[in-house]
Design a protein around this ligand. Structure first.
Ligand SMILES: *[C@@H]1O[C@H](CO)[C@@H](O)[C@H](O)[C@H]1NC(C)=O
Length: 200
Protein backbone atom coordinates (compact mmCIF):
# COMPACT_ATOMS: atom_id res chain seq x y z
CA UNK A 1 0.00 0.00 0.00
CA UNK A 2 2.73 2.44 1.01
CA UNK A 3 4.32 2.41 -2.44
CA UNK A 4 1.00 3.60 -3.84
CA UNK A 5 1.04 6.64 -1.61
CA UNK A 6 3.79 9.20 -1.98
CA UNK A 7 4.30 10.55 1.53
CA UNK A 8 7.20 12.72 0.33
CA UNK A 9 4.75 15.13 -1.34
CA UNK A 10 4.22 18.28 0.75
CA UNK A 11 0.77 18.67 -0.85
CA UNK A 12 -0.33 15.43 0.86
CA UNK A 13 0.53 16.85 4.28
CA UNK A 14 -0.97 20.24 3.48
CA UNK A 15 -4.24 18.52 2.58
CA UNK A 16 -4.07 16.45 5.78
CA UNK A 17 -3.48 19.63 7.79
CA UNK A 18 -6.48 21.43 6.29
CA UNK A 19 -8.71 18.38 6.86
CA UNK A 20 -7.72 18.40 10.54
CA UNK A 21 -7.80 22.17 10.87
CA UNK A 22 -11.36 22.84 9.68
CA UNK A 23 -13.42 21.07 12.37
CA UNK A 24 -10.89 22.16 15.00
CA UNK A 25 -11.33 25.76 13.93
CA UNK A 26 -15.12 25.77 13.92
CA UNK A 27 -15.32 24.04 17.28
CA UNK A 28 -12.98 26.56 18.90
CA UNK A 29 -14.79 29.48 17.23
CA UNK A 30 -18.22 28.17 18.23
CA UNK A 31 -17.22 27.59 21.86
CA UNK A 32 -15.69 31.05 22.05
CA UNK A 33 -18.97 32.39 20.76
CA UNK A 34 -21.01 30.38 23.24
CA UNK A 35 -18.92 31.34 26.27
CA UNK A 36 -17.74 34.88 25.39
CA UNK A 37 -19.92 35.98 22.43
CA UNK A 38 -16.68 36.71 20.56
CA UNK A 39 -18.09 36.61 17.02
CA UNK A 40 -21.30 38.45 17.89
CA UNK A 41 -19.25 41.21 19.55
CA UNK A 42 -17.03 41.48 16.46
CA UNK A 43 -20.18 42.04 14.41
CA UNK A 44 -21.64 44.79 16.53
CA UNK A 45 -23.77 42.61 18.78
CA UNK A 46 -25.85 41.01 16.01
CA UNK A 47 -25.86 37.26 16.60
CA UNK A 48 -27.53 36.40 13.28
CA UNK A 49 -24.89 38.40 11.43
CA UNK A 50 -22.24 36.63 13.52
CA UNK A 51 -23.63 33.24 12.58
CA UNK A 52 -23.72 34.17 8.89
CA UNK A 53 -20.10 35.38 9.08
CA UNK A 54 -19.07 32.07 10.64
CA UNK A 55 -21.10 30.22 7.99
CA UNK A 56 -19.29 32.03 5.17
CA UNK A 57 -15.94 31.35 6.84
CA UNK A 58 -16.61 27.63 7.35
CA UNK A 59 -18.02 27.30 3.84
CA UNK A 60 -14.93 29.00 2.32
CA UNK A 61 -12.57 26.86 4.40
CA UNK A 62 -14.44 23.83 3.06
CA UNK A 63 -13.97 24.94 -0.56
CA UNK A 64 -10.28 25.54 0.12
CA UNK A 65 -9.93 22.11 1.78
CA UNK A 66 -11.52 20.48 -1.28
CA UNK A 67 -9.14 22.36 -3.54
CA UNK A 68 -6.12 21.26 -1.46
CA UNK A 69 -7.39 17.67 -1.51
CA UNK A 70 -7.65 17.69 -5.29
CA UNK A 71 -4.21 19.32 -5.65
CA UNK A 72 -2.73 16.67 -3.35
CA UNK A 73 -4.22 13.92 -5.53
CA UNK A 74 -2.64 15.51 -8.63
CA UNK A 75 0.77 14.62 -7.14
CA UNK A 76 -0.13 11.07 -6.12
CA UNK A 77 0.23 7.77 -7.99
CA UNK A 78 -2.82 5.81 -9.15
CA UNK A 79 -3.55 2.17 -8.34
CA UNK A 80 -4.81 -0.21 -11.07
CA UNK A 81 -7.32 -1.81 -8.68
CA UNK A 82 -9.17 1.50 -8.31
CA UNK A 83 -9.27 1.82 -12.11
CA UNK A 84 -11.24 -1.46 -12.44
CA UNK A 85 -14.53 -0.49 -14.06
CA UNK A 86 -16.95 -1.63 -11.29
CA UNK A 87 -14.84 0.08 -8.63
CA UNK A 88 -14.43 3.25 -10.62
CA UNK A 89 -18.16 3.36 -11.40
CA UNK A 90 -19.04 2.89 -7.72
CA UNK A 91 -17.78 6.45 -7.29
CA UNK A 92 -20.89 7.76 -9.04
CA UNK A 93 -23.55 6.50 -6.58
CA UNK A 94 -21.21 7.34 -3.70
CA UNK A 95 -20.86 10.90 -4.95
CA UNK A 96 -24.59 11.30 -5.58
CA UNK A 97 -25.47 9.87 -2.16
CA UNK A 98 -22.89 12.04 -0.43
CA UNK A 99 -24.02 15.23 -2.10
CA UNK A 100 -27.69 14.41 -1.56
CA UNK A 101 -27.08 13.94 2.16
CA UNK A 102 -25.13 17.22 2.44
CA UNK A 103 -27.53 19.35 0.39
CA UNK A 104 -30.75 17.96 1.86
CA UNK A 105 -29.49 18.34 5.42
CA UNK A 106 -28.51 21.94 4.71
CA UNK A 107 -31.97 22.49 3.28
CA UNK A 108 -33.64 20.88 6.31
CA UNK A 109 -31.56 22.83 8.85
CA UNK A 110 -31.23 26.20 7.11
CA UNK A 111 -28.09 28.33 7.29
CA UNK A 112 -28.11 28.98 11.03
CA UNK A 113 -29.04 25.37 11.81
CA UNK A 114 -26.26 24.05 9.60
CA UNK A 115 -23.58 26.45 10.80
CA UNK A 116 -23.67 26.13 14.59
CA UNK A 117 -26.46 28.65 15.18
CA UNK A 118 -27.23 27.02 18.54
CA UNK A 119 -23.89 28.30 19.87
CA UNK A 120 -25.16 31.81 19.02
CA UNK A 121 -28.39 31.23 20.91
CA UNK A 122 -30.29 30.69 17.64
CA UNK A 123 -32.03 27.42 18.45
CA UNK A 124 -34.24 25.23 16.30
CA UNK A 125 -37.85 24.99 17.57
CA UNK A 126 -37.60 21.21 17.64
CA UNK A 127 -35.02 18.63 16.55
CA UNK A 128 -35.21 17.95 12.81
CA UNK A 129 -36.34 14.38 12.20
CA UNK A 130 -37.28 14.62 8.52
CA UNK A 131 -35.11 13.30 5.68
CA UNK A 132 -32.11 12.89 5.71
CA UNK A 133 -32.11 12.85 9.52
CA UNK A 134 -34.38 9.80 9.51
CA UNK A 135 -31.77 7.72 7.67
CA UNK A 136 -28.55 8.77 9.44
CA UNK A 137 -27.73 10.65 12.62
CA UNK A 138 -25.09 12.90 11.04
CA UNK A 139 -25.98 13.26 7.34
CA UNK A 140 -23.75 16.30 6.83
CA UNK A 141 -20.63 14.53 8.05
CA UNK A 142 -21.38 11.16 6.49
CA UNK A 143 -22.32 12.82 3.20
CA UNK A 144 -19.14 14.87 3.11
CA UNK A 145 -17.03 11.77 3.85
CA UNK A 146 -18.75 9.84 1.05
CA UNK A 147 -18.00 12.65 -1.40
CA UNK A 148 -14.31 12.55 -0.49
CA UNK A 149 -14.26 8.78 -0.93
CA UNK A 150 -15.99 9.07 -4.29
CA UNK A 151 -13.41 11.59 -5.52
CA UNK A 152 -10.53 9.39 -4.33
CA UNK A 153 -11.94 6.33 -6.12
CA UNK A 154 -12.90 8.22 -9.28
CA UNK A 155 -9.36 9.59 -9.53
CA UNK A 156 -7.86 6.18 -8.67
CA UNK A 157 -5.68 7.51 -5.85
CA UNK A 158 -5.03 5.34 -2.76
CA UNK A 159 -3.73 8.51 -1.07
CA UNK A 160 -7.22 9.94 -1.48
CA UNK A 161 -8.69 6.94 0.30
CA UNK A 162 -6.26 7.46 3.18
CA UNK A 163 -7.09 11.19 3.35
CA UNK A 164 -10.79 10.22 3.36
CA UNK A 165 -10.12 8.06 6.42
CA UNK A 166 -8.60 11.16 8.03
CA UNK A 167 -11.75 13.14 7.14
CA UNK A 168 -13.86 10.46 8.82
CA UNK A 169 -11.62 10.51 11.90
CA UNK A 170 -11.66 14.32 12.10
CA UNK A 171 -15.47 14.32 11.94
CA UNK A 172 -15.71 11.54 14.54
CA UNK A 173 -13.58 13.59 16.95
CA UNK A 174 -15.60 16.73 16.16
CA UNK A 175 -18.83 14.90 16.98
CA UNK A 176 -17.41 13.75 20.32
CA UNK A 177 -17.16 17.47 21.18
CA UNK A 178 -20.23 18.76 19.40
CA UNK A 179 -22.95 16.22 20.12
CA UNK A 180 -22.86 16.42 23.95
CA UNK A 181 -22.47 20.21 23.80
CA UNK A 182 -25.46 20.64 21.51
CA UNK A 183 -27.52 18.33 23.74
CA UNK A 184 -26.53 20.46 26.73
CA UNK A 185 -27.64 23.68 24.97
CA UNK A 186 -31.07 22.22 24.15
CA UNK A 187 -31.45 20.66 27.59
CA UNK A 188 -30.84 24.09 29.11
CA UNK A 189 -33.53 25.56 26.89
CA UNK A 190 -35.97 22.83 27.99
CA UNK A 191 -35.21 23.63 31.62
CA UNK A 192 -35.78 27.33 30.98
CA UNK A 193 -39.08 26.53 29.26
CA UNK A 194 -40.17 24.41 32.24
CA UNK A 195 -39.14 27.18 34.65
CA UNK A 196 -41.10 29.64 32.50
CA UNK A 197 -44.24 27.50 32.72
CA UNK A 198 -43.96 27.28 36.48
CA UNK A 199 -43.54 31.04 36.68
CA UNK A 200 -46.93 31.53 35.01
C1 LIG B 1 -37.36 9.23 5.61
O1 LIG B 1 -38.21 10.25 5.14
C2 LIG B 1 -38.47 10.19 3.75
C3 LIG B 1 -39.26 11.43 3.32
O2 LIG B 1 -39.69 12.20 4.38
C4 LIG B 1 -39.21 8.91 3.42
O3 LIG B 1 -39.50 8.83 2.04
C5 LIG B 1 -38.35 7.72 3.85
O4 LIG B 1 -39.06 6.51 3.64
C6 LIG B 1 -37.95 7.85 5.31
N1 LIG B 1 -36.97 6.80 5.60
C7 LIG B 1 -36.99 6.09 6.72
C8 LIG B 1 -35.91 5.08 6.88
O5 LIG B 1 -37.83 6.26 7.59
Amino acid sequence: MASFIDFSQPSFWISAASITFNPTFWNIAARQEYHNKVITKLLGGNSHLGCYALAITIFSLGIFRDYLFNSALDNQPTHPLLAETPIKLSAIPLFLTGNTLVLTSMYALGITGTYLGDYFGILMDAPVTSFPFNVTDAPMYHGSTLSFLATAIWRGRPAGVLLTALVAAAYAVARMYEDPFTSMIYKKREEEREAGKKGL
